[in-house]
Design a binder for this molecule. Structure first.
Ligand SMILES: [Zn+2]
Length: 303
């Protein structure tokens, strides 16, 4: 009998677990959440994961042979330590080793953008609209900007475990300092907070990105229009760099900024300007999995 897929999505506030029968049958037999309570520290996070897995065992009457885990940040392959995590309790910790010691089974880790790309590939918009796609680039544009590459149904992690991390590619000096220590990263220009900051710098008032988008649609708020133009211009410019190297079959855009429809029109037009090809035919799509992408993608890691 085929082993069901156990997945855990470790988020900043919640840890979600799901047991999915198989790639062909994604209807979860168990799906539960516990609070991360990450402010209580690394050992507490491990304890919460143990609580979650215990409950998954009880509810399913089974034990896992392996688990896929989606994490913020990535594992450095040479040291086995976590890095680039926005959940700072994990940074520098041997998370994979600790989890494997805890459950006495092998686990597979991937960052949340990789899990997003994987879930959309296997069950989401890629599966629904472009099932023949071999190379998928999943973008997360929200508070931060990240990405994941899926090739033939598998995550491409890369030599340093940073495959797909385009959010810290250099984009433009005008983005200013990034938390990562560099200047002008993609994230400093087209993340939600970066666009809100840009709007505030131009006209002094503070608006949420969604409200800036609404204001731009009215046509009267020129700063809002400028902010949306900035998003679309730089979206195309940033994605063109990835496209010229990877030339994916499909691009899926998740995260809060991905809800802005202009990206799929003006943003794609901008991509056309910067890509090394006379036309853009790569589909740039909205995701279909919603909040489920994290835990489903984590489960797909062990398929
Ligand atoms: Zn950066």
């Amino acid at each position: 009998m085929q082993q069901p897929l156990w997945g855990i999505d470790l988020g900043g506030t919640k840890i979600e677990g799901a047991i999915i029968p198989s790639l062909d049958n994604p209807d979860p037999v168990v799906r539960i959440r516990v609070n991360t309570e990450s402010d209580l520290g690394y050992q507490h996070i491990l304890k919460q994961i143990a609580v979650l897995v215990e409950e998954m065992k009880n509810k399913s009457g089974n034990s896992p042979l392996t688990i896929g885990i989606g994490t913020p940040g990535a594992l450095e392959p040479s040291t086995g330590l976590m890095k680039n995590c926005n959940s700072t309790a994990l940074i520098g910790k041997p998370f994979k080793r600790d989890i494997e010691a805890l459950f006495q089974i092998p686990v597979t880790l991937a960052n949340d953008a990789n899990c997003f790309a994987l879930a959309e590939n296997h069950w989401g918009v890629v599966k629904q609209q472009f099932p023949q796609a071999r190379v998928v680039f999943g973008i997360i544009m929200g508070t931060g900007v990240g990405g994941g590459i899926v090739i033939d149904g598998k995550v491409w992690n890369g030599h340093h475990g940073i495959g797909g991390e385009w959010g810290h590619n250099f984009l433009d000096e005008s983005g200013g300092k990034c938390y990562c220590g560099r200047t002008g990263c993609v994230e400093t220009i087209i993340s939600g907070p970066a666009l809100e900051k840009y709007y505030q710098e131009q006209n002094g008032s503070k608006l949420k990105l969604h409200d800036i988008y609404i204001a731009a649609q009215s046509g009267k708020d020129t700063t809002a229009l400028q902010t949306m133009d900035r998003l679309c211009h730089f979206f195309g410019k940033a994605v063109s760099v990835v496209t010229n190297i990877l030339d994916p079959d499909v691009i899926v855009v998740g995260g809060g900024v991905g809800n802005i429809d202009l990206i799929y029109q003006k943003g794609v037009k901008s991509l056309q300007q910067f890509i090394f090809n006379p036309i853009v035919t790569v589909p740039v799509l909205k995701p279909a999995m919603g909040d489920s992408a994290g835990v489903f993608g984590a489960a797909a890691l062990v398929a």
